[in-house]
Design a protein. Structure first.
Length: 83
């Protein structure tokens, strides 16, 4: 499986109301220093089965989202996670 596939596999497993950081996703996907690549991969994803909104920045801020960061924050809030 390529790195993108590994990233998607990790992100699919994030339960509702929980988050991982881009760095944590990169580490779990086997490339701990590739957190920027994780962001790029997730930004290009529009598959609703991969909950990209559950990946946040290491400083606790929401970070980017291909449908807008305000929507990301609203979805996370609706799932019970507070930014």
């Amino acid at each position: 499986m390529n790195f993108q596939g590994k990233v998607f596999a990790v992100v699919r497993k994030i339960p509702k109301g929980k988050v991982l950081t881009y760095k944590e996703v990169a580490k779990r996907a086997g490339k701990p220093k590739a957190y920027r690549a994780v962001g790029t991969i997730l930004n290009k994803n529009f598959n609703k089965q991969i909950p990209c909104h559950r990946v946040i920045r290491s400083d606790g801020k929401a970070g980017g989202y291909n449908l807008g960061s305000k929507l990301k924050e609203r979805i996370l809030k609706n799932e019970g996670f507070r930014i």
